[in-house]
Design a protein around this ligand. Structure first.
Ligand code: ADP
Ligand code: MG
Length: 705
């Protein structure tokens, strides 16, 4: 095959080099020229528009603006790492302060008192005064002599670490210099007849105009083409899976509601089911008599009572002579489910077992044997359940709990333990908007529990800066005095695990210092502890022996301690919305007023702030899920990393681009009808596109344990 220059390493592009290449890879996953080209601007600003300082107000605080002004003064302040440099400017209608924390020496030399500059950046306001941190600055004469073709300049998202080495301007420059070597080499995989029918510009044209828009119209066409490609790529995958399923998958038939289900319903259920729970059980019941294998996504907010729905569905399976299993993402959660379910069904004559990565070998052998012989009715566990050697006698129903990431469907499909597939129920507390779920997961049916059990009090959420820590500690003492318990959670994000553990350790020590024995008891729980120690910490907290549990997001899912009323999330700006919502769901389970306190650094990116605001504004998981998609669609890199989303959309936003989504679905269906394996020479190049959006093929549990 011919070498494609798009595959070249980014480090050879002029102005990049070894160090920046590493940074680009680590921070935004860019390794090749192609990766860089597909790092699209998330916004464009019109550089022909010049503001006056008086026109810039707090409403423009999130957008980039540009203005011309003269330098009236300079000032250094702070010491050591806190050192900063200010330039004061005025344009006759107002004044502004420009601030630098880095590269001070270099910046300082560039400014001359009394000269006029064009200043470009994101305004912020402090006590009503306009300021700008690390703006781009150019002498007026130079800025005005530059030829600006359409006036539209792309703004690229960066990360905190990347922005000091390569801001949006730096990324723009890299793309400018690599363009020369790829121009003329960008092959279009889209068949000509599809391009013509749907008015799609060529791929090269699209990639050029997305970075260097020649006009508003060309930009719009470029965006349309690239969104089309993404959604079409996804649809090619979904629709080809869909057609293989409907033709081949018969489902077990559960035609009776038997003794286990009825006994449980009539004598064990500790509360009346909510209307929503009843409806979902009915939907599952209908599916399991239909003769087609069920693939159902159950969405229900944290605390909406999904467990009991899962249990009753599993009882249906057992009533019909089948085994059932339930898979949880963490050991802690698996044990908790096991305890709950064993307790609720005690004495009913069911055999329920647990299997996790830490089960002892003797115990494991026994379980595996009893499972293969059919003695075990319900098996609960972690991903240890999908190992090869775990063989069921006749598995009829699988529950996958708390699968709050996009890879849902792919994971469900891993279940190939029977010649005939079991029914599958995937439960998630991070709802995907319904229409979106159905389009994205073409063949997954969706049930929703949209009603919380009665008597829940809404959780109060507030957002504090680090400087309010004393107040936080005061509040925590007050709650402990009232007999309540508190979670303090630290972020644990793959890329920086070491630093994260350090933060956790320091936080833990600070809390032990401020909440000393014998008045306060603090325990800790994180992924680097031995399972037995984790277990012991959790036990102490559950039993009320510990007042405070300091943890990483391992407790994200499933922990149920009704007496815990406060959830403190440290460095909340680093969490995704879905994760924060999950964590918040750990409190508010008892009758007392509960609180969620989001602690964040003094400086927070706009996107992070939007997430924090959303958390304070609503406790509705559906609303948050929609917001999350919008924010991520806008190019929030951190959000995407944290969500571990299987399908990495760079430009399309399935919620907003619903029409393109529908269109690509139709195009994919008719194309696959005619040519299911993409053998036609016109379609072959599309295999590349399809492959790119195939989603994850393996279970990736590293995010959650
Ligand atoms: P989730 O949907 O987050 O998994 P759970 O199944 O853990 O929620 O249920 C949360 C809590 O609500 C549990 O303590 C459970 O016993 C209780 N619960 C579930 N359904 C009802 C109901 N219909 N009425 C009252 N309490 C309920
Ligand atoms: Mg649950």
């Amino acid at each position: 095959m011919l070498h494609n220059p798009l595959d070249n390493d980014i480090k050879f592009v002029s102005g990049v080099g070894e160090v920046r290449a590493k940074l680009l890879d680590r921070e935004i996953g860019v390794r090749t020229l192609r990766d860089m080209l597909y790092h699209f601007p998330f916004r464009y600003i019109d550089r022909t528009q010049m503001y006056r300082i008086e026109q810039i107000n707090e409403h423009s605080a999130s957008a980039y603006v540009q203005f011309r002004a003269k330098v009236t003064g300079k000032n250094f302040s702070g010491e050591g790492r806190k050192r900063r440099f200010s330039i004061f400017v005025s344009d006759g209608t107002g004044t502004a302060e420009l601030l630098w924390f880095q590269g001070i020496k270099w910046v300082e030399k560039r400014f001359e008192l009394g000269r006029e500059y064009v200043i470009f950046g994101r305004p912020s306001f402090f006590r009503g005064e306009l300021s700008m941190v690390h703006p781009e600055v150019e002498l007026v004469e130079k800025a005005l002599s530059r030829k600006v073709e359409s006036g539209l300049q792309g703004i690229y998202s960066t990360t905190e670490k990347l922005s000091s080495a390569l801001g949006t301007k730096g990324i723009y420059n890299i793309i400018c210099s690599l363009w020369g070597s790829v121009q003329g080499h960008i092959e279009d995989y889209m068949p000509e007849y599809i391009r013509q029918r749907y008015g799609l510009v060529s791929l090269e044209d699209a990639l050029y105009n997305i970075h260097f828009p020649q006009s508003q119209e060309r930009l719009r066409q470029a965006q349309y083409r690239l969104k089309f490609d993404e959604l079409f790529g996804i649809q090619l995958n979904i629709q080809s899976r869909h057609s293989s399923r409907t033709t081949s998958r018969d489902g077990f038939i559960f035609n009776k509601v038997g003794e286990f289900f009825n006994t449980f319903y009539n004598t064990r259920l500790p509360f009346p089911l909510t209307g929503a729970q009843k409806r979902v059980i009915k939907e599952i019941r209908q599916d399991t008599v239909s003769g087609v294998q069920m693939n159902r996504l159950l969405q229900g907010d944290v605390g909406s009572g999904k467990t009991v729905v899962a249990l009753m569905s599993m009882l249906l399976a057992v009533d019909n002579g089948f085994q059932a299993c339930m898979m949880a993402p963490t050991e802690i959660l698996a044990r908790q489910h096991y305890a709950t379910i064993a307790r609720m069904t005690e004495g009913m004559g069911l055999r329920i077992a647990i299997l996790t990565g830490t089960s002892r070998s003797k115990e494991r052998r026994e379980v595996l044997q009893a499972l293969a012989s059919g003695e075990i009715n319900i098996l609960i566990g972690t991903h240890a359940l999908i190992e090869e050697r775990v063989q069921f006698d006749n598995l009829g129903f699988v529950v996958i709990d708390e699968q709050h990431r996009f890879g849902v469907e792919q994971r469900a499909r891993l279940w190939t333990k029977n010649s005939q597939p079991p029914h599958i129920l995937v439960m998630t507390a991070t709802p995907i908007p319904r229409t979106l779920a159905m389009t994205l997961y073409g063949d997954l049916d969706v049930s929703v529990i949209d009603e919380l059990p009665p008597g829940r009090r809404p959780i109060r959420t507030v957002c504090y800066k680090d400087s309010a820590r004393l107040r936080l500690f005061g509040f925590m003492r007050e709650q402990i005095r009232l007999g309540r318990q508190i979670y303090v959670v630290y972020p644990l994000i793959k890329e920086s695990e070491k630093a994260d553990y350090k933060n956790l350790q320091e936080g833990f020590e600070a809390i032990i210092r401020d909440f000393p024995l014998p008045d306060y008891r603090v325990s800790a729980c994180h992924g680097q502890m031995k399972p037995a120690d984790k277990e012991e910490s959790m036990r102490q907290f559950k039993s009320g022996e510990a007042d405070i549990l300091v943890a990483t997001s391992v407790i994200e899912v499933g922990v149920d301690v009704p007496n815990a009323t406060v959830m403190v999330i440290e460095s909340a700006e680093r969490f995704g919305l879905a994760q924060m919502h999950q964590l918040r769901g750990r409190v508010g389970r008892g009758g007392e007023q509960s609180f969620c306190i989001l602690m964040s650094g003094e400086k927070v990116s706009r996107e992070s702030q939007a997430r924090l605001d959303a958390m304070c504004e609503t406790t509705d998981g559906f609303r948050l899920a929609e917001l999350d998609l919008k924010l991520r669609g806008a190019g929030d890199i951190n959000g995407t990393l944290q969500s571990g989303s299987a399908i990495d959309l760079k430009i399309a936003n399935p919620t907003l681009d619903h029409q393109i989504l529908e269109l690509t679905k139709q195009v994919a269906i008719s194309l696959l009808d005619a040519d299911p394996t993409l053998d036609d020479v016109r379609h072959r190049p599309l295999r590349e596109l399809k492959q790119r959006y195939a989603g994850e093929q393996e279970v990736d549990f590293s995010m959650i344990s």
